[in-house]
Ligand binder design. Structure first.
Ligand SMILES: [Ca+2]
Ligand SMILES: [Ca+2]
Length: 234
């Protein structure tokens, strides 16, 4: 990334040199602590590599209560960040779709979109309008965002996106923070904390705080709010 920022020609030369040695755009490293390199996947090509960096669902296109959650009668969007982690131009035509969507979801423009061309090591934000059919109760659900890129490293890439629909947020209504809604009362601190900690979701559903192993020493705590003792009796 630094080489490309200084001179794209140098970047291409470096990328080609890495690819000749098996570290092409689709190469996969072995586990960080591996001592036998088992798990490494070599690639001898320089190409594009589209990935979904982040995604969320909100009610921002036509909201009744501005709580960020899609309720009946509102129009929201799936917003996602598409990133080209490869060293070649990602040509226009990558497709992002909500794969096998829940019947409660409605997509006014269809459940998929076509991405524009994307330069190497650059990103773009895409959005897909979404609403819900007439339902009466709160529901958690998981969307599967499927990315298919022309000539991509894999046939398709699935990214789960946990969300919930038809709910109302009541700030300060609970003494507990189970991380299911935002904002969380937990805070992060320290250098580059936003690159280490993030609110994430898992295969079993539900949200939690996750810290990436960034491969270097960090001092970036995630902290609960200060505890408050009940007033003492005289
Ligand atoms: Ca709403
Ligand atoms: Ca609501």
């Amino acid at each position: 990334m630094a080489a490309r920022a200084i001179d794209p020609a140098d970047f291409n030369t470096v990328a080609q040199a890495f690819a000749r040695r098996g570290a092409g755009s689709c190469a996969v490293s072995p586990p960080k602590n591996s001592v036998d390199l088992v798990g490494v996947k070599e690639d001898f090509q320089v190409r594009a590599n589209g990935v979904i960096l982040a995604a969320k669902v909100d009610d921002s296109l036509a909201s009744c209560d501005d709580d960020g959650i899609i309720d009946g009668g509102e129009l929201g969007r799936v917003e996602l960040t598409l990133y080209n982690a490869g060293a070649e131009l990602l040509p226009a035509g990558a497709i992002v779709e909500v794969h096998q969507p829940d019947p409660a979801l409605v997509f006014p423009d269809g459940p998929s979109l076509v991405a524009p061309a994307l330069e190497a090591l650059s990103s773009t934000v895409l959005e897909l309008p979404i609403s819900i059919a007439a339902i009466q109760e709160y529901r958690p659900l998981t969307l599967t965002l499927r990315l298919v890129t022309p000539g991509g490293c894999v046939e398709f890439l699935d990214v789960p996106l946990d969300t919930f629909i038809h709910a109302d947020l009541k700030p300060m209504a609970s003494r507990d923070d189970d991380l299911e809604v935002t904002p969380s009362v937990w805070t992060t601190d320290g250098g580059n904390a936003e690159a280490v900690w993030r609110r994430s979701s898992g295969p079993e559903g539900g949200f939690f705080w996750h810290a990436d192993d960034v491969g270097r020493p960090t001092d970036t705590p995630s902290s609960p709010p200060p505890s408050r003792s009940p007033p003492t009796s005289p």
